[in-house]
Design a protein around this ligand. Structure first.
Ligand code: NAD
Ligand code: TDX
Length: 333
């Protein structure tokens, strides 16, 4: 049996990966360690309860004790998804990002080093490169993160590398572009706009709406992580992009059109401070390992919209209480 620790496995990408891991790797014994912050959702893992090769531990990656418990009995592979992930929240209050994204990565790297972990995969992000006016970021480009979330992720990315260079820990680093798909917390662009549109609520588009993101379907991301674990070289960084550059305004229109809602639901709101204009990744390095994204953007968007339309029970309870309080403050409603 291969002992695999997935941190942040109750979140969006981590929960997709936990399902993917158990389905694809019959020899894997999976532990999910998750603090269950506002973004962590046990519903994302509900169908795994009772699975013979799976266990869930509620714990904090920034607690050395919790990490030690999660790795008790050893770990062969660690995938670190755990993070505070929302840029707007990091602008409002960066402290949790420093603690979880940086110190949490440190606590995991230390534990991995003393336990002889065979693969440590740090899930990083395209945001570490900062805004890219033209062309596409390559793995060796300078890191110029421009918001506290991105800066925390850049610190963790390089800290992970340092554990390879200094201690020989077999670290791999992936930098993915904007993920989308089912189960994404409705604070991120696509699930926020889809659920607002379903309820005939305004879609708050930042600034001129011309910022560009490269969209990656979450299932394709999971496959890329396996390719990097199996064929990647320790110490190396791999960009993971969907190859779907879209302006935010076009995403908004596509959602409204598919749901048969009026274009007038788009509402221009003040811009995000330090808002990166464009991200784009050069993914040749990962393609050489045999990966390429399989889901056409329109197909992924269709599937995502259908999932939110069919799973009101999943998001309606999220979009109440503390969530509403946060949004009222954010948009001064
Ligand atoms: P998410 O916010 O949906 O989930 C994060 C998960 O981490 C939640 O389950 C949360 O409870 C857990 N968590 C937070 N703090 C923790 C702590 N201190 N200890 C243990 N668990 C904790 O995030 P996501 O979108 O699934 O992103 C997962 C990872 O992928 C992150 O590292 C993120 O930086 C990276 N990433 C995300 C994207 C994207 O577009 N969503 C793109 C590139 C990289
Ligand atoms: O209400 C909104 N209105 C809006 O115009 C929101 C939430 C976002 N936007 C814009 C800002 C961005 O240009 O949409 C774009 C996407 O925003 P987010 O969904 O917040 O994602 P982004 O800031 O690009 O960061 C995401 O991709 C990289 C994830 O949240 C990160 O965790 C990941 O690392």
């Amino acid at each position: 049996m291969t002992r695999v620790l997935i941190t942040g496995g109750a979140g969006f990408i981590g929960s997709h990966y936990a399902h993917h891991a158990l389905a694809r790797h019959p020899e894997w014994q999976v532990t999910v360690l998750d603090k269950l912050t506002y973004a962590g959702n046990p519903d994302n893992l509900k169908d795994l309860e009772g699975h013979a090769r799976y266990r869930f531990l509620r714990g904090d990656v920034a607690s050395r004790e919790d990490v030690a418990l999660a790795m008790e009995g050893g770990a062969d592979i660690v995938l670190n998804f755990a993070a505070e992930t929302h840029v707007d929240r990091s602008i409002g209050d960066p402290e949790g990002f420093i603690r979880t994204d940086i110190y949490g990565a440190y606590a995991l790297l230390e534990a991995a080093r003393s336990r002889g972990v065979k693969r440590f995969l740090q899930i990083s992000t395209d945001e570490v490169y900062g805004s890219v006016p033209q062309g596409a970021s390559r793995e060796e480009d300078a890191l110029m993160p421009s918001n506290p979330y991105a800066a925390s992720k850049a610190a963790a990315d390089r800290l992970a590398y340092s554990y390879h260079a200094t201690y020989g820990l077999p670290v791999l680093i992936t930098r993915a572009s904007n993920n989308f798909g089912p189960n994404q917390y409705p604070e991120k662009l696509i699930p926020l706009f889809v659920t607002n549109a379903l309820d005939d609520q305004a879609l708050p588009l930042y600034g001129d709406g011309l910022n560009v993101r490269d969209w990656l379907f979450v299932g394709d991301h999971c496959e890329a992580l396996d390719v990097v674990l199996e064929r990647g070289t320790p110490g190396q960084v791999y960009n993971v992009g969907g190859g779907n550059e879209r302006r935010n305004i076009d995403i908004s229109r596509a959602i409204l059109e598919r749901l048969g809602k009026p274009p007038g639901l788009v509402r221009s709101v003040s811009d995000r401070p330090g808002h990166d204009r464009r991200y784009a990744l050069d993914c040749r390095k990962l393609r050489l390992l045999g990966w390429s994204p399989r889901t056409p953007f329109d197909e992924g968007l269709e599937e995502t919209i259908a999932w939110y339309a069919d799973h009101r029970d999943w998001w309606e309870k999220i979009k109440s209480g503390a969530y509403l309080e946060y949004y009222r403050k954010q948009y001064r409603l």
